[in-house]
Design a protein around this ligand. Structure first.
Ligand code: ATP
Ligand code: MG
Length: 447
């Protein structure tokens, strides 16, 4: 329990509208020093121009929990156009939900105009048949804005000038109880924006909070609404879900709530069939989490290559048993796996190309005879392909020591490397071994 929170609780019951619980400077641990200079400058410039402005959302939540915020967001009563006019280096982004990106030095601060509930048929507010908001650009005041945020712990407004925090949604009580609670009626809020279901599992896993029962209950039944979300938005969301350092916990929650199957239906079907594949995905996420924690680089290409690998294997094996050549079967399998995934999640080509490379290297890395090992090591994606082999082995697949062979090969000098390649031809698979050979042929040894 955070010490500062012990004696702090919002008054019992719901906050009446327009009456936030106010934490003055002395009642919380945040100091203006914790807030990025850029966000403070944006708030100050808006205030100077006569607008209200607050630092809001996840960054205040994270600071209250004494963790480092990922980014700083600002909310204001200035319209997007007014914000844009005020800052030279700014632009309005988004259609469904307009925000302004204000560039300050190297930082980009997202500035959001206070939103309000929708009434009637407004051009700025469109709803689909399922209740999804196709446009969410009806502006309002701060208390209306607070009611439009997703979870109570994401509804804090911080004023850098006097260092006070405004809590409109009883977020403090939930922070204390480590509870993730939707503001308003959960089902309606999920229908308005089904991505909130993904956000629920993401925050629960990231913060180690329990999802409050009423907030949790509708998720599995509404999970299918994710099919209406644009695939490009889902691509961004999946990165946040699985590549923020809590991927494994998030994955488990997503599967429990039937969210994973909406995003990766083909993978999910195979995970149910084959525990070995489940172990593989889990291992990929464990490794990704570890890499992130130790500050190492992670790439969406590697993660997506892992998430779709069971599907690639399945398709390729079907093509193989249908009589295709291995080269064709694996390429065809990869193409089909990607083609079937893209309507759900728009993986950009700059990632699908390296994914294909990682997969095709799984066929090339076992073929090390003659000059093949040397050649494949020069492949621009060799490292990722090799890491992928290690991952497969780590998850229990028997590749006859392939990963270790490559580990030693990379560290070896020229003589030893040649020796290793020569030795490959002796000892294994007697039936298929070629003994004395002349110039080595490309087809090599399918180790
Ligand atoms: P993160 O740590 O991922 O940045 P965050 O809570 O800051 O978490 P953002 O996506 O940066 O999340 O959004 C900032 C704030 O905007 C949130 O805290 C929340 O108040 C509000 N918000 C974002 N997305 C939604 C949504 N889909 N529905 C309602 N409110 C949202
Ligand atoms: Mg944020």
């Amino acid at each position: 329990m955070l010490n500062w929170l012990k004696n702090r609780l919002a008054p019992a019951g719901k906050n009446p509208r327009n009456a936030p619980y106010v934490l003055s400077s002395k009642q919380h641990p945040i100091s203006p020093r914790d807030i990025s200079k850029a966000a403070q400058d944006v708030v100050a410039a808006l205030n100077d121009a006569g607008y209200q402005a607050y630092v809001v959302g996840g960054c205040i939540r994270d600071l209250l929990l004494k963790t480092k915020p990922k980014d700083f967001d600002v909310a204001t009563d200035a319209t997007p156009e007014q914000v844009k006019d005020l800052f030279r280096r700014s632009r309005i982004v988004g259609r469904r939900f307009q925000i302004v990106h204000v560039r300050m030095g190297r930082e980009v601060i997202e500035v959001t105009t206070f939103r309000a509930h929708h009434q009637g048929n407004d051009k700025q507010a469109q709803q689909s048949k399922q209740g999804m908001l196709l446009r969410d650009n009806v502006f309002g005041d701060i208390s209306q804005d607070a009611a439009r945020r997703d979870f109570t712990i994401n509804g804090f407004y911080y004023q850098p000038q006097d260092n006070s925090i405004y809590d409109y949604a009883n977020g403090l009580a939930d922070l204390k109880q480590r509870t993730l609670r939707m503001i308003g009626d959960p089902e309606q809020r999920y229908r308005e924006d089904p991505v909130r279901m993904l956000r629920a599992v993401r925050f629960a896993a990231k913060l180690g909070f329990d999802i409050e029962p009423k907030t949790l209950a509708p998720i599995h039944k509404l999970a299918k609404l994710l099919k209406d979300i644009p695939p490009a938005r889902l691509f961004d969301e999946v990165i946040k879900l699985l590549m923020s350092g809590n991927g494994l916990a998030t994955f488990h929650l997503m599967r429990e709530q039937q969210l994973f199957q909406q995003l990766f239906p083909n993978t999910e079907a195979l995970l149910i069939e084959d525990p070995q594949q489940l172990e593989f995905i889990e291992q990929a996420l464990i490794n990704t989490d570890q890499r992130i924690r130790s500050g190492k680089r992670v790439t969406p290409a590697f993660m997506y290559a892992a998430l779709l690998w069971p599907v690639v294997v399945k398709h390729s094996q079907q093509f193989l048993s249908g009589g295709e050549s291995p080269a064709y079967a694996w390429q065809h399998g990869a193409n089909l796996a990607i083609e079937q995934q893209l309507p759900r999640i728009a993986i950009p080509r700059r990632f699908t190309n390296p994914m294909r490379d990682i997969w095709s290297l799984q066929q090339r890395l076992p073929r090390r005879a003659g000059k093949q090992a040397e050649r494949v090591m020069g492949h621009p994606r060799f490292r990722a392909g090799y890491d992928f082999v290690l991952l497969r082995e780590q998850a229990g697949e028997d590749l006859e020591g392939l990963g270790q062979w490559w580990t030693i090969y990379q560290e070896a000098d020229e003589t030893k490397r040649q020796d290793m390649c020569t030795k490959l031809h002796s000892g294994k698979k007697p039936g298929r071994r070629r003994r004395k050979r002349g110039p080595r042929r490309k087809s090599g040894n399918p180790a």
